[in-house]
Write a protein that binds this ligand. Sequence first.
Ligand SMILES: [Zn+2]
Length: 379
Amino acid sequence: MLFESVVGQQRAKQQLLQMWSESRLPHALLVLGNAGHGGLPIVLAFVQYLFCKNKQAHDACGTCDECNRIAKLEHPDVHISFPSIPPKPNTKAMSMHFMKEFREFIKQHPYGSTFEWLQHIQAENKQGNITAEECRQIIETLHLKSYEGKQKVQIIWRPEYLGKEGNILLKLIEEPPANTYIFLVAEQTEMILPTILSRTQTVKLSPIDVADIAVALTNNLSIDSHKASQIAQTCNGSYAEALSLAQHSQNNLFPEVKRFFNMVFTNNRLEISKFVEQWSKAGREEQKFFLQYIIQLLGQAIRLSYLPSQNAALPPEDATLVQKLIAKKMPNEILYEMVEQLAATSYNIERNAHGKTQLHAMCIKVALLANGLKLPQWN
Ligand SMILES: [Zn+2]
């Protein structure tokens, strides 16, 4: 993978390249970021950069022999460990049993989550693990000479899955063999042994910038720029989430969002019934995306009412709609209450609640709020 293919994360890329160019790269580095922010892609791009024979200032060449082998995860001096399951009863979970599947998975879903990975190998209800056996193998491998006489790299994807077995790796992480780099790609530090954390330097990833996600979506999926921008605004800085939204939502939802606001502000019950009837037939993911999109616009209206000078970088149609919401001068508590109603509906739909009932109740409540009426108290 090239840095160029890693979505956004300019600051982290710069930080890594600088560590390298200033000979400050630590022997154990923790790359920390939420799922979908690109921890594994950025580490794979950086490892490729380390090995590339024709590296440029900001990226690997992508064509040399080293680049090719690392891109396929087939370099003999680049090792990778990840959560896995016992391949058969009475065996131990080890990454080496799943390398073929892992290569396939990363090729198709470089931003895939650990959950998706474990589904890919049909872990079903089995818990993925990085086992004591795996840790011992890591130590053994890294103490062997490198195949090609240069550096050796060990990537550990999701050290959270080491649990207390991480203790086995402490000495290795503290004092790895010469010319060895260990990269830990993590999402939550709370689940990693403090003794490991204290022995690593950390590069933190931020949510990916909206503009970077929009550009990546238009380039990689050839969807139109307005749609890309809607998704980018809604996906919480996660490229994985953006891809999932793009996959589940083919249409430009803006006309429907406008329709929603018109019907709730006019409290048009007939239109609400029609709307709910149509939307209850949409897929769950599309329903959730639609709700998230509205939540995000309400959120913009709340923010801009506090900080009117802040530029939200919205597409023009969305910006106009947000301005219209602000012009209604509704108290922010009402906007917050609307957001809460929409978020609760999205949450319930995700948990298989009956979509039609949920949407209907939500539309009526938001319509009451929009018209300054009190919500009925049921209890
Ligand atoms: Zn290269």
